[in-house]
Design a protein around this ligand. Structure first.
Ligand code: FDA
Length: 308
C-alpha cells in the first residue's frame, strides 16, 4: 500500500512541487543522487574508481513531453561522455539511458525520436570507448524499449538493456536476449505494476529473479546482476561458477548510496561491481522510487525533515 502510494506520488506534479520546494529535502536526496553537474558526476566516478568500483551514469530526467528537453538530455549525455573520455574514465564508466527522457512518450513519432536520440548517445559512447545500457521503465514501455534495443544493436551490438524480474514476461525476454554479445542488467523492478503483468508477492519476484538468472548465466551473453539482496547476490555467484563463468564474465551492480560496504566487499574479493550513479537536478521520480523500495527510507526522510 505504502509502496504504491509513494510510486503514485512519484508521478504527481503537485506532490513533486511540494517535495522539491522544501529546502530540507536536498540533504536526504544526496544520499541517492551523487552529483548535480557532469563535472561533479565525473569526480564521483573517480572516487568510486579509487575504491576499485566500476560506474554507470544516469543523467536524471524522465517522462519528457518536450522535444527540446529530450534534445537537451542528448546533449547532456554527449558532454558527459566527452568528459569521461578526456579524464581517462571511459574504460570503467558507461552511461544508462531512460528512453522516456529522450522522447519515447512524445505524442507524434515518440518511438522514432527516442531511437534517433539514443543513436546519437551511442555514437558518443562509441567515440568515448564505452557502452550504453537502456533502463527499463513501466511495463507499457517494454515492447517499445526492446524494439529500440534491437534497432540500436544492428550498429552498436554492445548496447545493453534492463529486464525486470517482477514482470511475468521476463523469463521469455531473458531467453530471447541470452545470445552472444548481449548485455542484460537483471533487476527486480521498481514501478507499481498490476497483477495481470507482474508478480506481486516478494517471494514470487525473488523466485522469478533466480529463474531469469539461471537463463542468463547459462546463456552466451553478459549478465549484469543488479540487486542489493544478499541472498540473490550469493545465488548469482554460485550460478556463475556452475556455468563456468569467471569474474570477468558477469558483473554485480548496485545503486549509489545503497549498501556501499557490500559494494566494496565484492570488489575487494575480486568480483566486478558497478555502481549506478544518478546525477542532475531532475531527481524527483528517482528519489521517490528509492523511498518506495524501503519504508525505513521514508521514516528517515520524515525524521530528518522534523529535526531540522
Ligand atoms: P530488495 O528491494 O529486496 O532489497 C534488498 C536489500 O537491499 C534491502 O533489504 C535493503 O537492505 C537494500 N535496499 C534495497 N533498496 C534500498 C533502498 N532504496 N534504500 C536502502 N536500502 C535498500 N528498476 C527498474 O524498474 N528499472 C531499471 O532500469 C532499474 N535499473 C536498476 C539498475 C541498477 C544497477 C540497480 C541496482 C537497480 C535498478 N533498478 C531498476 C531498481 C530495482 O528494480 C529495485 O527496485 C532495487 O534494486 C531494489 O531491489 P533489490 O534487488 O535490491 O531487492
Amino acid at each position: 500500500m505504502l509502496r504504491t502510494a509513494l510510486l503514485t506520488a512519484g508521478r504527481s506534479e503537485s506532490v513533486r512541487r511540494l517535495v522539491e520546494a522544501n529546502p530540507l529535502t536536498r540533504p536526504v536526496v544526496q544520499r541517492f543522487v551523487a552529483a548535480a553537474t557532469p563535472q561533479e558526476a565525473a569526480a564521483a566516478t573517480r572516487r568510486l574508481r579509487e575504491q576499485g568500483l566500476h560506474v554507470t551514469l544516469d543523467r536524471l530526467g524522465e517522462d519528457t513531453l518536450d522535444s527540446g528537453q529530450a534534445a537537451e538530455t542528448v546533449a547532456g549525455y554527449q558532454e558527459m561522455l566527452r568528459l569521461l573520455a578526456s579524464e581517462g574514465l571511459a574504460q570503467h564508466a558507461e552511461v544508462s539511458v531512460k528512453l522516456s527522457a529522450v522522447g519515447q512518450f512524445l505524442p507524434a513519432d515518440g518511438e522514432k525520436i527516442a531511437l534517433d536520440n539514443a543513436r546519437l548517445i551511442c555514437e558518443a559512447a562509441q567515440a568515448a570507448g564505452t557502452t550504453v545500457t537502456l533502463d527499463m521503465e513501466d511495463h507499457t514501455t517494454v515492447d517499445s524499449t526492446l524494439s529500440i534495443l534491437r534497432d540500436l544493436r544492428v550498429d552498436f551490438p554492445w548496447v545493453g538493456a534492463v529486464l525486470q524480474a517482477y514482470l511475468r514476461r521476463t523469463e521469455q525476454d531473458c531467453r530471447d536476449l541470452a545470445g552472444e554479445g548481449s548485455r542484460v542488467r537483471l533487476c527486480k523492478g521498481a514501478y507499481a505494476e498490476p497483477a495481470s503483468v507482474a508478480y506481486q508477492d516478494k517471494s514470487e519476484v525473488d523466485r522469478s529473479y533466480v529463474r531469469c538468472l539461471k537463463i542468463l548465466m547459462q546463456g552466451e551473453g553478459y549478465p549484469m546482476v543488479a540487486s542489493h539482496d544478499p541472498r540473490l547476490v550469493a545465488i548469482a555467484g554460485e550460478l556463475a561458477a556452475r556455468a563456468g563463468r569467471g569474474a570477468d564474465d558477469f558483473e554485480y551492480q548496485m545503486l549509489f548510496g545503497i549498501r556501499p560496504d557490500e559494494q566494496r566487499r565484492i570488489a575487494e574479493e575480486g568480483g566486478k561491481l558497478r555502481v549506478y550513479v544518478a546525477y542532475g537536478d531532475e531527481w524527483y521520480g528517482y528519489f521517490m522510487r528509492r523511498l518506495a523500495e524501503r519504508p525505513a527510507n521514508l521514516a528517515f526522510f520524515l525524521r530528518s525533515l522534523a529535526t531540522r
